[in-house]
Design a protein around this ligand. Structure first.
Ligand code: HEC
Length: 191
């Protein structure tokens, strides 16, 4: 079972983006993948405002990872990391810049429509849909550290794209990587 592999995940220093709640829900299999896709959210209903920062990344008021663009127009490092990881692991199917492809949906929209926990659940355990138009397979990445250690970053990047806070392409300006991010990254990748 894929979720066993999640034990290597380390909660972020102060507030667990990999919170017990997320894993608990996923482990219990309470979330039916796909259930959350039914309803289309309006952008104004999606809270992406950065309310806090634990040294590693920004969170909204509900402690969900989010992006931040500072007054110099620089995107936060984790979101820039998400841009890189997305284009290493996801874009082959989901298209560049989260725009979608004929094979897989536009994740810049999914990141707004799916809540964080549903998003994590789909990526960790994958999804397979068999229909009239054939098979569509979202692989399970639960054992892939290159994805799981950066999933919050990927989520923040896709939310920034969905909100049009970032244009297509490589973000032009970014903040430096913080020592806290570096430490959390090493801990997750080596753990
Ligand atoms: C081999 C192709 C492939 C790769 C690589 C891939 N996906 Fe997918 N993904 C799919 C397909 C196909 C679907 C649609 C599955 C379905 O029909 O429900 C999907 C669906 C999803 C969904 C659900 C979207 C929604 O709106 O319901 C999420 C979230 C997702 N992928 C995230 C990712 C992330 C993040 C990565 C990179 C770490 C990734 N995927 C890499 C093929 C892929």
């Amino acid at each position: 079972m894929a979720f066993k592999s999640l034990s290597f995940m380390t909660p972020s220093t102060r507030r667990a983006s990999w919170s017990g709640a997320a894993l608990g829900l996923a482990l219990a299999g309470v979330l039916a993948a796909g259930a959350a896709t039914a309803e289309q959210k309006h952008r104004e209903d999606v809270d992406v405002a950065a309310a806090s920062n634990d040294g590693v990344r920004y969170f909204n008021a509900e402690d969900i990872p989010t992006f931040n663009i500072n007054d110099k127009g620089e995107v936060d490092w984790p979101t820039f990391s998400g841009f890189r990881r997305y284009h290493a692991e996801c874009h082959v199917c989901h298209g560049p810049d989260g725009e979608g492809s004929t094979y897989a949906p536009a994740l810049k929209n999914s990141a707004l429509n799916l809540d964080y926990y549903a998003f994590v659940e789909v990526v960790a355990s994958g999804r397979q849909v068999t229909g009239a138009s054939g098979n569509s397979v979202m692989p399970a990445f639960g054992t892939n550290k290159n994805v799981m250690c950066y999933l919050d970053d990927i989520y923040s990047y896709l939310r920034a794209r969905g909100m049009d806070a970032l244009p297509r392409g490589r973000p032009a300006k970014r903040e430096a990587k913080s020592p806290e991010f570096d430490a959390a990254e090493k801990e997750c990748m080596d753990g």
